[in-house]
Design a protein around this ligand. Structure first.
Ligand code: NAD
Length: 437
């Protein structure tokens, strides 16, 4: 057996033997890259840990006058290559371990696409649908105030993630402005355009996913035209990926889903109709979509194993696992979500010959345009939409090319190649900065 295979199997045993989950998966991939690159033990230990972690208890006065307390987190994984960058999510299952994993992925993502940024992530353990708009605003402002010591355009710059969006970032920026007395558009990205947001940011992650899909199809000599696509998750990433793949790359989106279920039409869905449906319906859900329109309601589990040309998990982590990996039929998986495939499932898909474009490359479009937004805010000079999209395309295609080259030369998967590229760049930055004193 080859050394690399033995290493992978030992890591696999470690992951399975422990609790599993996104942090275990990310650390196992990190360890594999460190082994392959023969990274110094001290630097490996540093990369396995977060640089700084803050846990806050956020008191919120509810509309009925009572007080509820929510747990919030902000984790900075590494500032070796620049200010920390990473989204904020609101989710009932958010916890410190998940936020740690997501912060580590952000460090590697920024390095893979060669941005001068480090990695961070934040989150609040809350079901935002249970809060009124006013309660959500009060919680967001209090959370922003409580993690303010870590934030700043030269320190740590939040962005939207699951269940957060432009409005969340506007409240964040305004709270920081109120507390510091400075106008600080560069302190968050993903803001509304009138507050210093960038053209193209809202759709950037989905656009990047579409570009990554087109690149992998080109490499394996397939055409995106008429390719059938199933997308799990119909929020920011899923909706824009569906729209752009359908309108600009000629794909046929046959299934989409959200927490209400999955919706399938083998002939193809009307993507624009689905987006409009969601925007008109409570909690932006697909619930009830397609009744009487030839659309079959299936489960999220069924969607993942459909016989399609391209599968895009764009919901949350740990969706492709040992339970379903051997039933995945799509020959190409492009990871819109962070950490949708567990370490064990990744090995199974690879053994089946499935091409996986990993999260730290596939969904980097969001942070790339966040970087452009930060640059525009610092310069108070704003770009046209076509310039943003051209620069995004250039960065994604270059990064894809670099990852592809590493994978071809080393005869390793795209995920291993992306981790190698990211880990090497971060380790190099740590080394040349030096450890003081
Ligand atoms: P979102 O909140 O806008 O949408 C999430 C979607 O997933 C919703 O349709 C929701 O109903 C669905 N969903 C949630 N849990 C589900 C489940 N268990 N089964 C099926 N569907 C489920 O979030 P988003 O911003 O689109 O983020 C989606 C993923 O992409 C996350 O993993 C996020 O970290 C990642 N991501 C987002 C961005 C960004 O710019 N928004 C950037 C990079 C990565």
């Amino acid at each position: 057996m080859e050394v690399a295979t033995i290493e992978k199997q030992l890591l696999l045993r470690d992951v399975v033997g422990h609790k599993g989950g996104m942090l275990a998966t990310a650390l196992a991939q990190l360890d594999l890259a460190c082994d392959q690159l023969r990274i110094n033990e001290g630097i490996r230990s540093l990369l396995r840990e977060s640089e700084r972690e803050l846990i806050v208890s956020i008191p919120v006065r509810m509309d009925d006058g009572s007080i509820e307390v929510f747990k919030g987190y902000r984790v900075q994984h590494s500032s070796a290559r620049g200010p920390c960058k990473g989204g904020i999510r609101y989710h009932p299952h958010t916890n410190l371990e998940e936020v740690r994993a997501l912060a580590l992925l952000m460090t590697l993502k920024c390095a893979v696409v060669n941005l001068p940024l480090g990695g961070a992530k934040g989150g609040v353990q809350v079901e935002p649908r249970d809060l009124s708009e006013r309660e959500l605003e009060r919680m967001t402002r209090r959370y922003a105030a409580m993690i303010l010591p870590l934030l700043g355009g030269k320190r740590d710059i939040p962005a939207p993630d699951v269940n957060t969006g432009e409005q969340t970032m506007a409240w964040f920026m305004d709270t920081i402005s109120m507390l510091t007395g400075d106008s600080v558009p560069e302190v968050t990205t993903g803001k509304p355009i009138p507050l210093g947001g960038s053209q193209g940011r809202v759709e950037a992650t989905g656009r990047g996913v579409a570009i990554a899909a087109a690149e992998i199809f080109r490499r394996i000599e397939n055409d995106t035209k008429d390719a059938t696509v199933a997308i799990q998750g119909f929020g920011n990433v899923g909706q824009h990926a569906a729209r752009i793949l359908s309108n600009e790359f000629g794909c046929n989106i046959v299934a989409v889903s959200d927490i209400s279920g999955a919706y399938y039409n083998p002939e193809g869905l009307d993507v624009q109709g689905a987006i409009e449906y969601v925007s008109r319906h409570p909690d932006n859900l697909l619930e009830g979509y397609g009744e009487n329109a030839g659309v079959e309601r299936i489960t999220n589990a069924d969607l993942l194993t459909l016989n399609v040309n391209l599968l895009i998990p764009a919901a949350i982590e740990d969706q492709i696992t040992v339970q379903n990996a051997d039933r995945i039929q799509a020959p190409v998986v492009v990871e819109g979500a962070n950490g949708p495939t567990t370490f064990e499932a990744d090995q199974i898909l690879s053994e089946k010959g499935i091409h996986i474009v990993p999260d730290i490359l596939a969904n980097s479009g969001g942070v790339i345009v966040s970087y452009f937004e930060w640059v525009q805010d610092l310069q108070s000079f704003f770009w046209e939409a076509n310039e943003v999209n051209q620069q995004l395309n250039r960065k994604m295609v270059n990064a894809f090319h670099e990852v592809w080259e590493v994978s071809e030369i080393g005869q390793i998967s795209l995920r291993e190649a992306a981790y190698q590229l990211g880990v090497e760049r971060v380790a190099h930055a740590v080394t040349i900065r030096g450890i003081f004193p």
